[in-house]
Design a protein around this ligand. Structure first.
Ligand SMILES: Cc1cc2nc3c(=O)[nH]c(=O)nc-3n(C[C@H](O)[C@H](O)[C@H](O)COP(=O)(O)OP(=O)(O)OC[C@H]3O[C@@H](n4cnc5c(N)ncnc54)[C@H](O)[C@@H]3O)c2cc1C
Length: 451
């Protein structure tokens, strides 16, 4: 029958008795985990390590707002999964997980099609002895009309680049129209003033000034470009301490960002955003950065327990509550925050710590040994304003409690989170070489992406 598709098992490795660890999702947590496991177990022939990932390259999500603003070039920071798997002793299989069969211990993966619909990989199932789900999260539109059609969510590099191209086009359009079009020709609304929204607003201000300085002299960046940051809660950065929020609000005001707190967006339209209460803010570009939730398909995952935002509920060992062989890490799971209460927030530092923990525990799990619980260590929160400033607090025994930081030291600490990720993925030698080569090439390139 035309169009009929059959589920294949041909993509499974030969059954040679070795333990099969399958990790689904190669993001901040998953890629670190498979790299560790591949180096320790895969290369030594002690286990089969497989990464199932729907993308072909990895990009560290906390940098997405910098792609959107044009401050960094994705080509310098993307990690090719196929090459990474070759170098680090794991297998990479392209495709998106759609379902789970716990009785058969199989993951089901959707077919991958070319842009023109030509099949690349058929639907297949992959057997596992141990499964780790690390599929991240999406932005939560809370059912707001028009978000899907008219707003851009900074979830993938492709989305961030799409935003950047539209931003540059809006500036060029404003430049050729000149002063005839009047002030506020380029208007961006960012919905959600969590760390992503705040950092994007600051980064955009910096990038737009630079962009205009490259010859778009019919635009006055202060007069003609408006950035609105809209937050439903009573203050910006609702998840962070009030002192950080106050400092951030002052910095944003200094940058000319227009803050609207306690303001709910009721709909997004092609020409702007409607606020609850009837006010309409005309904008050319809308970024939706309000809240996260785990993917919908996780909700019904062969009986595994999930919470209200589709996260898989896990125990302190990071095993799902109903299946000892299925683990979950990163944004897609709800892990208990031991000694604090509640669940661990969806952050790169949590995904990094969970990956390091499982890299040590999974060899024990393979041998049937008891697993140690994972304890989240909150190192604090830092919010970057690009070159303008970085503010935040550092936590923990190292600094003796809660230490306020800003300026160069805070910037260095902020950058160190990405360096930790690079070290876990590339090791010392390649991280140092890569950093040195980027420092050299930055001197011969524009400081902002111009196309
Ligand atoms: C713009 C932005 C800025 C941020 N800034 C910070 C910050 O400053 N500090 C901080 O701590 N955190 C920050 N975060 C949050 C941080 O990025 C996440 O907490 C972190 O990336 C979570 O890691 P993860 O491994 O769970 O998921 P991700 O890094 O999102 O990776 C998930 C991976 O799973 C893959 N995948 C998804 N579904 C499937 C499927 N069905 N099958 C196969 N593969 C799949 C995806 O392609 C992706 O590669 C930011 C997030 C954003 C969007």
């Amino acid at each position: 029958m035309a169009g009929r598709i059959t589920l294949r098992r041909a993509m499974s490795p030969p059954t040679d008795g070795l333990h099969r660890i399958v990790v689904v999702g190669g993001g901040a947590g998953g890629l670190e985990l498979v790299t560790h496991l591949g180096n320790r177990l895969g290369k030594r022939g002690r286990a089969h390590i497989t990464l199932i990932e729907k993308a072909r390259t990895h990009f560290w999500k906390p940098h997405l707002h910098e792609i959107a603003a044009g401050s960094i070039d994705i080509n310098y920071h993307a990690v090719d999964y196929l090459a990474q798997s070759h170098w680090h002793g794991f297998r990479y299989r392209l495709g998106a997980m759609t379902a789970l069969d716990r009785a058969r211990r199989e993951v089901h993966v959707a077919p991958v099609l070319d842009d023109d619909g030509t099949p690349i990989t058929p639907p297949y199932s992959r057997g596992y002895d141990t499964l780790v789900i690390a599929t991240g999260s999406h932005t939560n539109d809370f059912g707001t009309p028009g978000v899907h059609e008219h707003a851009i969510a900074l979830e993938t590099p492709r989305e961030a680049e799409r935003f950047h191209v539209r931003l540059v086009n809006a500036c060029i359009r404003a430049h050729v129209q000149g002063t005839a079009a009047g002030p506020r020709q380029v208007t961006v609304a960012i919905v959600g003033a969590g760390a992503t929204g705040v950092e994007l607003a600051a980064e955009l201000r910096k990038a737009l000034r630079l962009l205009v300085s490259y010859g778009l002299d019919q635009i006055d960046p202060e007069r003609d470009i408006a950035i609105h940051l809209i937050e439903a809660g009573p203050r910006i950065l609702p998840a962070l301490p009030e002192r950080i929020a106050d400092a951030a609000a002052e910095l944003l005001k200094g940058l000319g960002v227009q803050l609207r707190v306690g303001t709910k967006v009721s709909a997004v339209r092609a020409d702007g955003v409607e606020l609850a209460g009837g006010v309409f803010v005309p904008t050319q570009l809308v970024v939706w950065a309000a809240g996260v939730k785990a993917p919908q398909w996780q909700r019904e995952l062969d009986g595994l327990e999930t919470n209200g935002i589709n996260q898989l509920v896990v125990r302190p060992t990071l095993q799902t509550t109903r299946d000892d062989s299925v683990f979950a890490i990163g944004d897609c799971c709800a892990a208990p925050w031991l000694g604090h209460g509640g669940t661990v927030p969806p952050r790169a530092q949590a995904a990094h710590q969970q990956a390091s923990h499982l890299a040590r525990q999974l060899p024990r799990h393979m041998q049937g040994l008891p697993l140690k619980p994972w304890q989240y260590r909150d190192f604090g929160s830092l919010v970057s304003f690009g070159k303008h400033s970085t503010v935040g607090n550092l936590m923990g025994a190292l600094v003796g409690g809660n230490l306020w930081v800003e300026g160069l030291f805070a910037r260095a600490m902020y950058l160190s989170l990405y360096k930790l990720h690079q070290l876990a993925v590339h090791g010392w030698w390649r991280t140092t070489l890569g950093t040195a080569s980027r420092l050299l090439t930055r001197r011969t390139e524009p400081r902002v992406k111009l196309h």
